[in-house]
Design a binder for this molecule. Structure first.
Ligand code: 3HC
Length: 696
């Protein structure tokens, strides 16, 4: 293996280059390489300044996350930074791409920082359930002040080079050749004999807050979001607070202790699992780098309802022109009015510039003429969820769409193979299942039909990423992965009501678990009438939900559903309690006390069981894919890592045994443990182990 860090000279300036693709993560050899080269440059009398830079697409994007949890190897990043701190020659970090986490901490061991335009700098550790562990919580406030540093550390979001310059995080933005510019900067420092101040000695940006420490809590109150159960934000605040009164060396030790505690905790392990699972999910067996995706320059969406409008917005948001087709002028006008309203809200919130609104809207071509899709490279159908309607539409699409166009269906449940069969280009057909609201939710289930062409699948993945979704490839079955597992949960939620729980008990247990909302609040938001109508068509009944719908309680839109609403705020309704108790009597179910623990087991264990069946059937490729789906589509808390990862932490034997009991108690065959779950439980295995074995 070649050396990941090298040094060359430009006259009296040493240029140390980190070259560890893809993102220059600070694995052991990199840390050692930086240290050795910094020492060599420091001790070489002919070298007067040092530039530290990164090769490839980015400067160092952080510590090597794959090393976390393994025995640490010296030199640690802290040692590297401490050595840099003591260099008596100007040290300049020249950064581009995404200097993040340990990468940004490394730059804060230098006297100066210069950045290429377009660089994004940040401390994203919080997103991995961590805090910066190599001085970031002490040095960033010293450079930019607490008011800027605290939200950066708590959100984990990076800032632009321009903002970094304004805040004092970087000293210059270099247009053109970054390294040449950094060398020039170094020479100007030498020529001007600029004083070399270490970041650790900077106190100026902290003076005001030290004089008025109550301000710290005001800043915290402004930025600390509700972080139900999360450990890292509290640790971050604790560490940053040390800048008020603790000498930096001591504070860095405390920061390190906090970091080390978090790194071995379940929350960070879960968040790191999600980080890698999300990236794995885009890798599909049989679709290698040799499969070139088709080029997508124009899109078309059929249906301007809530889903169609939201899907179309995703394309316009990234500058791809999109034709949007409806059957009537009225429906089209309504759809476009909603889209415009959504964008106006973005303008009000400041996420879209007022002058860009008309440009954004100009990317839409609304029409009632299906022929207008003829030049689209991808056509996404988002019409009513009904097989005959979809088939009829695909029959027509085939005659109009240009050769090679990807034909996608946004079905949530239906058989993509059956839809594909009506065309003579079954290879072009793929499912692209968006989640509502489609312009907001990040999940995209890409449904691979049995005949979907590899390049069509690759295109769907690339398009998904381009429109800023997290794509996960799944196979064909009723409800695919997400909704199939959701259905297992919904059945149990209703049963719990009949057995003795109330909506607020069930929802409360799930929000305490970490979901943003429980199933009944979600039903009220989506509209209870939607499921009711579809059940009526299928001739099935859901005793409680249907009784509510029959009483005109459709949820938030009618001000009453499982809860009573004033605006968006919900409160329990005694009428609903009575209605539920009556339903239990009608159904002959004796009500009893249901504990929070039982609610969690009854709702999530059957999901895990269904997830195991999904894996066994090959509908999902890896357990991590299921976790990503549940995180981005249904709000499963990231710090629990998704249902399959969470199941591993609970223990598969425990889950299997409880499911067996449930199957016996209720006679419900769905609770019989899946073959895969049984096998892993017997072997003392885990879903994670299964994924590792598959990858090996
Ligand atoms: N460690 C190890 N591997 C990493 C990594 C890291 N810090 N960052 C990225 N990678 C890997 C990814 O897993 C991926 O591998 P793959 O190709 O085998 O799937 C590859 O690098 C490319 O990553 P992306 O697909 O994410 O590439 P993008 O260009 O879309 O994004 C990025 C690049 C913005 C750098 C993004 O990867 C990212 O956000 N990385 C994590 C950054 C981070 O969290 N840094 C802080 C780490 S913790 C830390 O530094 C602790 C310190 O305080 C002590």
């Amino acid at each position: 293996m070649t050396d990941p860090v090298s040094m060359r000279r430009d006259g009296n300036v040493a240029i140390i280059t980190i070259d560890n693709p893809p993102v220059n993560a600070l694995r052991h050899a990199v840390r050692k390489g930086i240290l050795d080269n910094v020492i060599a440059a420091r001790d070489d009398a002919s070298i007067e300044a040092i530039v530290l830079t990164g090769a490839g697409r980015t400067f160092v994007a952080g510590a090597d996350i794959t090393e976390f949890g393994k025995p640490p190897q010296s030199p640690h990043l802290i040692e590297v930074i401490a050595t840099l701190d003591d260099v008596k020659k100007p040290t300049i970090a020249a950064v581009h791409g995404t200097p993040l986490g340990g990468g940004l901490e490394l730059t804060m061991g230098c006297h100066f920082r210069v950045a290429a335009p377009g660089t994004r700098l940040g401390l994203p550790e919080i997103k991995l359930g961590l805090i910066p562990g190599a001085g970031g919580t002490q040095r960033l406030p010293r450079l930019v002040g607490i008011e800027k540093a605290l939200p950066m550390i708590l959100s984990g979001d990076p800032i632009s080079a321009k903002d970094a310059l304004a805040a004092g995080l970087v000293d210059d933005i270099i247009e053109g050749d970054l390294v040449a510019g950094a060398v020039k900067f170094a020479r100007s420092v030498l020529a001007a004999k600029r004083p070399l101040q270490r970041v650790k000695d900077r106190e100026d940006k902290l003076e005001d807050i030290r004089a008025n420490p109550a301000k710290f809590d005001e800043i915290v109150a402004q930025h600390a979001k509700k972080t139900r159960g999360l450990h890292a934000p509290a640790a971050a605040i604790e560490a940053i607070r040390l800048t008020l009164d603790t000498p930096i060396d001591e504070a860095q030790k405390k920061e390190r202790d906090l970091f080390l505690k978090l790194v071995v905790g379940e929350q960070s392990k879960s968040q790191r699992h999600i980080f890698f699972a999300e990236r794995e999910a885009g890798k599909v067996p049989g679709i290698g780098k040799d499969v070139a995706p088709r080029e997508i320059k124009k899109a078309a969406v059929i249906g301007a309802g809530t889903m169609g409008g939201g899907i179309a917005m995703n394309f316009a948001n990234v500058g791809i022109p999109v034709t949007i087709v409806e059957t009537s002028e009225d429906a089209l006008k309504r759809g476009m009015a909603t889209i415009e309203k959504n964008y106006q809200m973005s303008v009000q919130r400041g996420s879209l510039k007022a002058e860009d609104l008309s440009k954004r809207l100009a990317l839409f071509t609304p029409t009632t003429d299906l022929n207008a899709i003829k030049d689209a490279d991808i056509v996404i159908e988002a019409v009513f969820e009904n097989m005959p309607i979809k088939k009829e539409l695909f029959g027509r699409l085939e005659a109009i769409a240009k050769p090679g166009a990807v034909l996608a269906t946004n079905t949530s449940y239906l058989d993509v193979n059956e839809i594909a069969q009506v065309t003579h280009r079954i290879g072009d057909v793929v499912g692209m299942h968006f989640f509502s609201p489609a312009n907001v939710m990040k999940l995209l289930e890409i449904v691979r039909g049995k005949d979907t062409a590899p390049d069509v699948l690759a295109t769907a993945i690339v398009v998904g990423r381009a429109i800023k979704k997290v794509p996960v490839v799944v196979g064909v079955c009723h409800g695919f992965v997400g909704n199939r597992m959701l259905s297992a949960r919904s059945i149990e939620a209703e049963k719990l009501l009949l057995e003795g729980a109330l909506p607020q008990d069930v929802d409360g247990a799930l929000t305490e678990f970490g979901f943003p909302m429980g199933p009944f609040a979600m039903s009220d938001l989506a509209g209870i009438d939607v499921g009711w109508r579809s059940r009526k068509e299928r001739g099935v009944r859901n005793e409680i939900a249907d009784t509510l719908a029959e009483a005109g309680r459709f949820g938030q839109k009618t001000g009453k559903g499982f809860y009573l609403y004033e605006g968006r705020s919900a409160r329990p309704d005694p009428e609903v309690e009575k209605l539920i108790v009556d339903a239990s009597v009608r159904m002959g179910v004796k009500r009893r006390q249901v504990s929070k623990e039982e609610i969690i087991e009854r709702l999530i264990y059957p999901m895990v069981n269904e997830g195991a069946r999904i894996l066994d059937e090959g509908i999902a490729t890896r357990p991590g894919d299921i976790d990503v789906i549940w995180l981005y589509g249904y709000g499963f808390p990231a710090w629990r890592g998704g249902p399959m990862h969470w199941a591993d932490t609970v223990g598969l034997a425990k889950i299997r045994d409880r499911l067996k009991e449930l199957a016996k108690e209720t006679g419900d065959k769905r609770h019989e443990p899946a073959a895969l779950l049984n096998r892993l439980a017997d072997e003392g295995g885990t879903f994670a182990g299964l994924a590792t074995a598959k990858a090996a």
